[in-house]
Design a protein around this ligand. Structure first.
Ligand code: NAG
Ligand code: NAG
Ligand code: NAG
Ligand code: NAG
Length: 364
């Protein structure tokens, strides 16, 4: 039922008539920085074990103590379109490992047409969703508390377990390259592993976070157990939350697009092999995961969620939330704190530094 309504909204989302008829807020964020820093899993560690691609508020830092940081106050800009959102969103980078000589090259990200056409001129970034469940009626959600953070997925997984059904890869057809493909995320077209064949339109990675919270802890030792998926086989929110995690929170989802097309040589994709590997050393894709660190100003997220379907449509909540121009979001970048060459879009042209023989970005 939820998906019926969400799908309907997604199909309509680019139509002006869709305003006021959707169950999620969706917006784009451009790249803030690519570096080996992870204030959630490895606070204080510089460099952290592996590379990440990070978007959001520029108060992103090596250490972000939940009780003392204040991203809305400490950020002077955000790479996301809604300016009150100083949260940070990050995922692991993806590398191509040459089957010929074993060296690595970072796979460029590409913009997603779902960024509402505002951030298309940049290479990286991701699309963020804050979703509201539907179950016979539209369910209310309780926005996160200051300091809240969580992790979705399990970086140690190397086989299919069903533990994290909402984390998947879609092999895009050439025609889907710009918009990233339609339909429900993590449906039968998607795989928990990396795709097993070359993807003419690149790869879209989807990370769906849990939708229920224990109501007490802004974090937990594994960064996961203070939140839970609603019961059932799908990661997507129903209206039910388990008694251990009774508070329904907005369900966060990321979409990240990778331009894998320069690696589509069929020789790299045969005999059951594929050449991609996550920066944490996972060549299966099952360990895909995402990190979230809440940082909306005051009650802005709550206001946006509560106005869904009324003053807010999925792509346009500008009557309730402040928005900036795409170029201003793109201008919000941060210099690396873990200084090293992680490769850039210029790597596409094969500059020697783009190939890492030392494997320095890969430590699980
Ligand atoms: C990052 O943390 C360091 C050390 O606590 C601090 O000096 C610096 O101002 C912080 N940077 C930002 C952007 O908050
Ligand atoms: C390694 O192989 C890739 C192609 O798979 C090639 O582009 C690159 O130049 C090679 N690097 C070295 C150091 O041979
Ligand atoms: C749920 O909200 C959507 C807009 O988000 C609206 O179109 C729909 O009528 C609502 N459904 C119910 C049953 O309230
Ligand atoms: C998305 O595009 C619509 C139509 O151009 C515009 O009204 C709206 O403000 C945009 N929203 C975002 C989040 O960029």
């Amino acid at each position: 039922m939820f998906w019926k309504s969400l799908l309907f909204a997604a199909l309509l989302a680019h139509d002006v008539s869709a305003q006021g008829s959707s169950g999620f807020l969706r917006f784009g964020c451009s790249q803030l920085v690519v570096e080996r820093i992870d204030p959630l899993v490895n606070p204080g560690v510089n460099p952290s074990p592996h590379t990440h691609q990070i978007v959001g508020g520029n108060s992103f830092n090596v250490t972000m103590d939940p009780y003392t940081i204040d991203p809305p106050a400490q950020s002077t800009c955000t790479s996301c379109i809604y300016t009150e959102d100083k949260s940070n969103y990050w995922t692991a980078s993806v590398y191509f490992q040459s089957p010929e000589n074993g060296t690595f090259k970072r796979v460029p990200q590409m913009a997603n047409g779902r960024l509402n056409g505002t951030l298309l001129e940049q290479e990286g970034g991701l699309t963020v969703y804050y979703m509201r469940p539907f179950s016979g009626k539209n369910m209310t959600t309780t926005a996160f508390k200051p300091g809240f953070r969580m992790l979705a997925g399990d970086p140690t997984l190397r086989s299919k377990t069903g533990s994290y059904p909402g984390i998947c890869h879609r092999c895009l057809a050439a025609s889907e390259r710009t918009m990233g493909g339609n339909g429900a995320p993590c449906d039968s077209k998607d795989t928990a592993s990396f795709p097993s064949k070359p993807c003419l339109g690149g790869i879209r990675i989807t990370v769906i976070f849990p939708s229920c919270w224990d109501g007490k802890n802004v974090d937990s030792p594994d960064h996961r157990s203070h939140v839970a998926y609603s019961p059932g086989s799908s990661a997507l929110a129903g209206d039910k939350c388990p008694s251990t995690h009774p508070v329904r929170i907005p369900q966060v989802m990321y979409e990240i697009m990778f331009d894998t097309t320069q690696f589509n040589n069929p020789d790299y994709w045969k005999d059951g092999k594929q050449p991609l590997v996550y920066s944490f050393g996972d060549a299966t894709g099952y360990g895909a995961h995402g990190d979230y660190l809440f940082g909306w100003k005051d009650n802005a997220l709550q206001r946006g969620m509560d106005a869904l379907g009324n003053k807010c449509g999925s792509e346009d909540c500008t009557s309730v939330l402040k928005i900036q121009a795409g170029k201003d979001a793109i201008a919000c970048t941060k210099s690396q704190q873990a200084k090293e060459d992680v490769g850039t879009d210029t790597c596409t042209y094969g500059r020697p530094h783009c190939w890492n023989t030392a494997n320095i970005y890969f430590r699980a």
